[in-house]
Design a binder for this molecule. Structure first.
Ligand SMILES: Cc1cc2nc3c(=O)[nH]c(=O)nc-3n(C[C@H](O)[C@H](O)[C@H](O)COP(=O)(O)OP(=O)(O)OC[C@H]3O[C@@H](n4cnc5c(N)ncnc54)[C@H](O)[C@@H]3O)c2cc1C
Length: 364
């Protein structure tokens, strides 16, 4: 990068939101640069690596169009098809929710998405950290970048959001993950109770491996999330696991505004995450496609960034707000004790738990 670089669209962060936004902005003819502070895209993996089937994404977001092209990946990139989600209450009672999905290697997945963006002409600059915005110019660890539109796809603690004067995610949850070897059933297991206060621990099957992890709510947890991970590993008898990696997960749904001036935020940076389960990859890509398209059109004078705000909200806002409301109900009634967790899960029953996991109203 030269001392002062000029681009049409600057994308900060090369996760699913950033790469998808960069791809679609480049496809619309804009000159796009994506910067990433890490030395390698997608590394280390800080994710459960679970993806719902396309049909399930559409079930959650019924107005989403052309999901196939958004989530199309080479078949070899799918580690394993999964058949459902097994909810396990603190007493060990299981409820199986039929829900097709698949698992991925998140590092390879992110690298594939970044390559798709580059194939469309976006430039990727690694080891380049965004520091802030001064007089409309992005300050980075590799120099200044002038842009017409800036897209903050820089994850839950978004620096771009702060620099644009947008609200950052409140009350993010810590979550940690690791890989273990072995044969596992084709279900995503979610364990509730003191093993993961206010959230859940998980086993997500891959090919001869599984992704295991724990998330917890700062409001209910008495200890650091890694302590819960140690307890989970011990309880399930996992012998050797890979290095534990962690990150934060937005827990309250979308932030109030995602556009400011000539900037916008997308993905985790915008709180585009399902509060009841922490899932965010498909959403980051829905938001990323809209962000990229609108940024590209804005550069050409054919749109304004407010179109992004309107479009993503028309697809995702209602389900995400429903999920955030359901999460509040769970905090108020379900997560107070192991007894109340068991009681609420029994009261809800399979039909309502199905609604809960799919961002739908619990009542009537
Ligand atoms: C432990 C854990 C398990 C999860 N499991 C799942 C799951 O199984 N399924 C699912 O759908 N979702 C899961 N999620 C959520 C999912 O990982 C996120 O929703 C998703 O990664 C959001 O994508 P993103 O592109 O918005 O952000 P990220 O993937 O966080 O990408 C942001 C990128 O920006 C870069 N960056 C940050 N700051 C800067 C800066 N200042 N300058 C330059 N670059 C910067 C980061 O290095 C990163 O590469 C999980 C989250 C956690 C923490």
């Amino acid at each position: 990068m030269t001392e002062k670089t000029k681009v049409d669209v600057l994308v900060v962060g090369s996760g699913p939101a950033g790469s998808t936004a960069a791809k679609y902005a480049a496809m619309s003819g804009a000159n796009v640069m994506m910067i990433e502070r890490r030395p390698e895209v997608g590394v280390p993996v800080r994710c459960g690596e679970y993806m719902p089937a396309d049909s399930e994404v559409v079930n959650m977001f019924p107005t989403l169009k052309d999901e196939e092209s958004l989530y199309r990946i080479p078949a070899s990139m799918k580690c394993r098809e999964t058949e459902g989600i097994m909810l396990v209450d603190p007493k060990g009672r299981e409820t199986l929710l039929e829900m097709p999905g698949y698992t991925i290697d998140r590092d390879l997945y992110d690298q594939y998405l970044a390559k798709c963006a580059m194939d469309e002409g976006a430039e990727l600059v690694m080891n380049c950290a965004f520091h802030g915005i001064e007089n409309g110019v992005a300050k980075t660890s590799q120099g200044d970048i002038e842009y017409k539109v800036i897209i903050g796809a820089d994850g839950p603690g978004s620096r771009v959001a702060r620099n644009l004067g947008l609200q950052r995610n409140r009350n993010p949850y810590p979550a940690v993950t690791a890989q273990v070897e072995g044969d596992f059933e084709p279900y995503l297991y979610m364990f509730f109770g003191d093993i993961a206060p206010g959230a859940y621990s998980w086993i997500i099957p891959k090919d001869g491996r599984a992704n295991i992890g724990v998330g917890c709510s700062p409001r209910f947890a008495k200890e650091n999330v890694s302590v819960y991970m140690d307890k989970f590993v011990e309880k399930r008898g996992f012998k050797d696991h890979s290095r534990i990696e962690g990150k934060y997960v937005p827990s309250e749904g979308p932030i109030p505004r995602t556009v400011s001036g000539n900037g916008l935020v997308v993905g985790d940076a915008a709180g585009q995450v399902i509060s009841v389960n922490g899932g965010g990859i498909p959403l980051a890509m829905i938001g990323g496609r809209i962000a990229g398209n609108v940024a590209g059109a804005t550069v050409k004078g054919q749109a304004t960034l407010d179109d992004y705000e309107r479009e993503w909200r028309s697809i995702m806002e209602k389900p995400l707000k429903t999920a955030a409301f359901n999460k509040k109900l769970a905090d108020t009634f379900g997560f107070r004790s192991e007894w109340s967790t068991c009681f609420c899960m029994r009261m809800l029953g399979k039909r309502r738990l199905n609604n809960l996991i799919r961002c739908k109203s619990l009542f009537p």
